[in-house]
Design a protein around this ligand. Sequence first.
Ligand SMILES: NC(=O)c1ccc[n+]([C@@H]2O[C@H](COP(=O)([O-])OP(=O)(O)OC[C@H]3O[C@@H](n4cnc5c(N)ncnc54)[C@H](OP(=O)(O)O)[C@@H]3O)[C@@H](O)[C@H]2O)c1
Length: 359
Amino acid sequence: MVYGAYGFTGELVVREAIAQGRRPILAGRNEASLKPLADKFELPLRPFDVGDAAEHLDGVGTLINCAGPFASTAEPLIAACLQRGLHYFDVTGEISIFQAAHKQHEAALKTGVILCPGVGFDIVPTDCLAALLKQALPDATHLELAFDFGTLPSMGTTRTAIQSIGDGCLIRENGVLKSVRLGYSTIKVPFASADLWAVSLPWGDVFTSHVSTRIPNAIVYGALPHAVCWLVRLSNPLRGFLARPGVQKKLVALAGRFLGDGPDESKRISARTGFWGRVTTGDGRECSGTITGPSVYAMTAELAVAIALKAESWEQDGGYFTASMLVGADFLSNREGYKVEVQRVSEDTGAVRQSDPLH
Ligand SMILES: NC(=O)c1ccc[n+]([C@@H]2O[C@H](COP(=O)([O-])OP(=O)(O)OC[C@H]3O[C@@H](n4cnc5c(N)ncnc54)[C@H](OP(=O)(O)O)[C@@H]3O)[C@@H](O)[C@H]2O)c1
């Protein structure tokens, strides 16, 4: 079952599942929006609100939740999956969702259910890269990860990002999550394709990389134009104002004027994404790596379906899993459309930390 099937990402996931020879049940809260999709692909539909999910899961083995912001949908759907014994996957990048799913590890273990949020662009490549770097340098104490979107985001992604402005940024320090200001750190990242400026962001890997690697210090960067990195930083005093519901609504409307629904098919085919990671030890050793991959939304649909299909042949214990724990650190290494490179330990990658007058 694909929940949120008529959203931008949901429909891509449905198309990918069909391409993989599956006939997913299309689900979402609005029957009128589900119907044209169900008619087009001749697939069954089940309209329901997330709070009523447990009553609508007969005959379903695996659920892929594409209905975001996931703060409104993930917890009730995870609860329903635990109650009915279904495997749960979603394409969130929201830290609070990873935390909520992680807390259900014992319950998932008892029921033999896989809980694996974040099976898209965020966090599959970065999670696999973090796990590969940990294998290369097992005593690493610090992890940096960065991603380059490579294209404009969809409205759903933008809405989710706007909703989280008020939360500021998070990093991991000595094993615990620490709240820091927006734009806490800015670096120039040597992605495989180019060196790009990037600013620290509170994306899912800040939480999940610790589950996957146990590296106690972590920070995640998103590539943005240099001026925007500074705007993120300078917006700190306005955080409370920007988090007000009325202001959020205006920001979403403003973004909608520029973005449309999301990248069109030509962009989804041609755009490339980039990922970089580096681990370091206290005594100065380091190891870095890069991944390049398909565009954000093509990748998200492809990976979500590929990883969810693993559940069909799953014979081990259930529980909470990050992507790399479920499918292995080298999942992308020989996958068509991806290039994964991990440097030798201690090789200098040349990432430049910007001198930071605001610190
Ligand atoms: N981690 C990643 O790599 C990644 C990649 C792609 C997308 N995403 C995330 O996926 C989410 C969806 O993105 P999108 O581009 O597909 O957005 P979208 O086109 O706006 O679609 C959102 C879908 O979620 C549904 N939805 C929202 N809130 C709901 C609720 N409370 N109950 C039931 N359904 C609800 C919407 O239904 P209605 O139309 O009825 O509101 C719609 O079907 C976003 O949070 C985005 O950040 C993450």
